[in-house]
Design a protein around this ligand. Structure first.
Ligand SMILES: *[C@@H]1O[C@H](CO)[C@@H](O)[C@H](O)[C@H]1NC(C)=O
Ligand SMILES: *[C@@H]1O[C@H](CO)[C@@H](O)[C@H](O)[C@H]1NC(C)=O
Length: 223
């Protein structure tokens, strides 16, 4: 009996260590500009990536540059980085290289963003509110490294740190998912419409995360 009980306790604490939260209908609120507030996302799957997609919804009235999704490895701070450089311009970095997309959008409204990349061709896609932007390419043949620090709310200029408050995110982020494949247009469309498609690397419906500093999970007020 004693052995069974301590076995159950060990199992319980193991489950506690990998606790996952269903964030559906919730968002992370980044209430003010800072150089420390962020959310560290712990992936379900760690492996080098030849294909990938990242989707999220963001709501902000910022008109300066800010990071949306920062995935750094020890080798590259900008291993995978999605940021908005200014109104109407997004940057996607893969393996420290960058491409930019000019976008006709109004970010004072919630915006749904999907970015994907495939190594075989180097082709990257950026979808803004279910509309594909003209495709570009970078890092053909590259593999995005595993053992990453994945951060929402700040741009990593070193592995897990060196944040700049002028690139911090202020506003709300939700529905973050990441996959090890390129989503089809139908899948992007479903996500845009709020249907559940769970990421296999990061899944908003079973999210393992750590909040650092002033970030507050709250019910989503917008859609
Ligand atoms: C990546 O996608 C290509 C198709 O674009 C596929 O042929 C390849 O097997 C995929 N690689 C992995 C590791 O999933
Ligand atoms: C936002 O920045 C752009 C330049 O990037 C500028 O043209 C525009 O007027 C700014 N909008 C607001 C509301 O400040």
């Amino acid at each position: 009996m004693k052995i069974i009980l301590s076995g159950a306790l060990v199992l319980y604490s193991l489950l506690g260590a990998i606790a996952q939260t269903d964030m559906k209908s919730k968002v992370f609120v980044f209430p003010r500009e800072s150089s420390d507030a962020h959310v560290l996302l712990i992936p379900q799957l760690e492996k080098p990536l030849q294909n990938l997609s990242v989707c999220l919804r963001a709501f902000t009235d910022l008109n300066r540059s800010f990071a949306l999704f920062s995935y750094a490895t020890r080798a590259n701070d900008n291993e995978l980085l999605l940021l908005r450089a200014k109104a109407g311009e997004y940057h996607l970095h893969i393996g420290n290289e960058k491409i930019s997309f000019g976008v006709n959008e109004d970010l004072s409204f919630p915006v749904h963003i999907c970015a994907s990349w495939e190594s075989a061709s180097g082709i990257a896609e950026l979808w803004i509110n279910d509309r594909a932007q003209a495709r570009k390419g970078l890092k053909k043949g590259y593999s995005v490294g595993a053992q990453a620090k994945i951060v929402l709310g700040q741009d990593q200029d070193s592995f897990g740190g060196s944040f700049d408050n002028h690139q911090s995110f202020v506003g709300e982020i939700g529905e973050v998912h990441m996959w090890d494949f390129v989503l089809s247009p139908d899948q992007v469309h479903s996500l845009y419409n709020g249907e559940t498609l769970s990421g296999n690397i990061l899944n908003w419906g079973a999210l393992n995360y750590e909040i650092k500093g002033y970030v507050v999970p709250k019910p989503q007020l917008w859609s």
